[in-house]
Design a protein around this ligand. Structure first.
Ligand SMILES: Cc1ncc(COP(=O)(O)O)c(C=O)c1O
Length: 388
């Protein structure tokens, strides 16, 4: 029998989706996968219905409909002061997921090193495997997921092609400060490498935390590739809409990969996304307020039950340390216990850390919960967590 390609053997099926499956089998509340169980805003849904009825149903331009690229350019100018050419610097993709894969395939040569902070969003591992990148990890240290500047510097070398920065961060809830981004920017310039940012949670921030866009820092525009999308901001994870902002030479390479991966994102949904972005400036503060309230419900329930958790500064996840609960076993055993016996599904912390020799992992006493759920779901989950 012929065998399958080696590159598929270095990653396994998403642990997050596996937890979702277990949650369904055991009837547990799914606080594992980061998608809302509440309705998407009416304005974006109506715009999609109207677009289908108006017969915007054929292939859009490969790099995104003109209206959506113009809307993204307008928003990027209003919010971040970046003036982008929609014809040459913006590419619409099938989600931030495709965006990241297309970017890695476009800029990484096999054997190049790509730096990633851990805990990390699990997709970066298969992205690296497919593109041939070797990941170099820099650990964010608890309880507040701080960067050690010496460790960060040691990660860079002549082989570094890029660093991936996800802010606001999944799973830690960290929002990188301007000072931290400046440190990273200085190293990118010294070692002449790219910065790939994943800013999918750019509008989900708490307290007075500010989203700083790496591409706006001095000297960074030409070497930064910014990824974002609609999934989280507009609660439409199933629509598969993301985008890449990058200087023309980089955008050109990304567009070529994107064209042959997917041709383009769904045309009627791009129209709806354009209308949503054109009109949503007042919606973003509402979104923040909604998630701030949800954060308090879950944080309160977890702390009450004895978890140690750092309050997230952005995104919609809580990394919770269960070591004070007296449970004998690792994060995977604890997650299974939560699903089967308590009725609430988290994700084992180790899925966000590299596997260490001997099976040890940085996340062995952690599980991640999402609070991207309705008030009712969160309150029921809180009652169940209280039985721990
Ligand atoms: C950090 C991060 N990047 C990207 C994605 C995927 O986004 P999309 O739905 O646009 O593919 C997620 C989804 O959970 C995420 O947490």
């Amino acid at each position: 029998m012929p065998h399958v390609a080696q590159r598929t053997s270095v990653f396994s099926e998403s642990v997050i989706r596996e937890m979702t499956r277990l949650a369904i089998i055991h009837g547990a509340i799914n606080l594992a996968q980061g998608y809302p169980d509440f309705p998407a805003p009416a304005f974006i849904k109506q715009a999609a219905i109207d677009a289908i009825n108006a017969d915007i149903n054929q292939y859009a331009i490969t790099w995104g409909s003109a209206r959506l690229r113009a809307a993204i350019a307008g928003k990027t100018r209003r919010f971040y002061g970046l003036d982008l050419d929609p014809d040459r610097e913006i590419t619409v993709t099938c989600g931030a997921t495709e965006a990241m894969m297309a970017v890695m395939l476009a800029v990484v040569e096999p054997g190049d090193e790509v730096i990633v902070f851990e805990p990390f969003y699990e997709n970066y591992v298969p992205d690296a495997a497919m593109s041939g990148a070797r990941l170099v990890f820099v650990t964010l240290h608890g309880p507040d997921f701080a960067i050690d500047p010496d460790e960060l510097r040691r990660a860079f070398s002549a082989k570094t092609r890029a660093i991936i920065v996800n802010t606001p961060n999944n799973p830690s809830g960290k929002v990188f400060t301007r000072g931290e981004l400046e440190q990273i920017a200085a190293l990118c310039q010294e070692f002449d490498c790219f910065c790939i940012t994943d800013e999918i949670y750019e509008h989900i921030l708490y307290d007075d935390h500010e989203h700083v866009v790496m591409a706006t820092l001095p000297g960074m525009y030409d070497r930064t590739i910014t990824i974002s999308g609609l999934s989280k901001t507009f609660s439409v994870t199933g629509w598969r809409l993301g985008y890449v902002l990058a200087p023309p030479i980089l955008s050109n390479a990304v567009r070529k990969v994107h064209d042959f991966l997917t041709v383009g994102a769904p045309a009627p949904l791009q129209e709806a996304a354009a209308i949503a972005i054109e009109t949503a400036d007042d919606y973003y503060p509402e979104l923040r307020g909604m998630y701030a309230a949800k954060r308090q419900v879950l944080l309160g329930a977890l702390r009450e039950a004895g978890f140690l958790c750092h309050s997230p500064q952005g995104a919609y996840y809580i990394m919770a340390d269960f070591s004070a609960l007296g449970f004998e076993g690792d994060d995977t055993a604890f997650a299974h216990h939560m699903i089967k016996d308590i009725g609430v599904a988290p994700v084992p912390g180790s899925s966000f850390y590299r596997a260490q020799p001997g099976g040890h992992s940085g996340g062995a006493s952690l599980v991640r919960f999402t609070f991207s759920k309705s008030q009712e779901t969160l309150e029921t989950a809180a009652e169940k967590i209280a039985t721990l």
